[in-house]
Write a protein that binds this ligand. Structure first.
Ligand SMILES: Cc1cc2nc3c(=O)[nH]c(=O)nc-3n(C[C@H](O)[C@H](O)[C@H](O)COP(=O)(O)O)c2cc1C
Length: 114
């Protein structure tokens, strides 16, 4: 069974074409989220599973990949081939079913932020 992890980073500054000074990128996290989604779709299309993780040791990951403070560590993604359910510990086997999704009406709404 093969799997690997990747750390997804965004760069919070950029230099516009023709300019020399750096400026803040307000969409860096948004753009990186779109890139991760594309990766997950492509992985799925190729028969791989990709799972995002926000709960990781950010400081340790930053140290390991030697990322400067200019980079924001957005997530870690585990990519691998789906294995047999029976190979999981029993308590994890119980999780291997579709989970309940929050109704869309709780996420998308008109007017002011609640
Ligand atoms: C950006 C991101 C971060 C996530 N972080 C975690 C995490 O730290 N721990 C975790 O158990 N699941 C995390 N998840 C959820 C899992 O990746 C996965 O979606 C979850 O196990 C449910 O799987 P399912 O979407 O196939 O139902 C995260 C998902 C995303 C998109």
């Amino acid at each position: 069974m093969g799997f690997f992890f990747e750390v997804v980073l965004s760069k919070a500054t950029f230099t516009s074409p023709g300019k020399t000074e750096k400026t803040t990128s307000w969409t860096a996290s948004f753009d990186t989220g779109a890139a991760w989604a594309s990766l997950a779709f492509q992985a799925h299309k190729l028969g791989w599973a990709a799972h995002g993780m926000g709960g990781f040791d950010h400081e340790a990951a930053r140290r390991v990949i030697k990322a400067s403070e200019e980079y924001r560590l957005e997530a870690v993604v585990a990519i691998g081939k789906r294995g047999e359910r029976a190979s999981l510990p029993e308590r994890l086997q119980a999780n291997e079913k579709p989970n309940a999704r929050r109704p869309l009406t709780e996420t998308v709404f008109e007017g002011e932020l609640r």
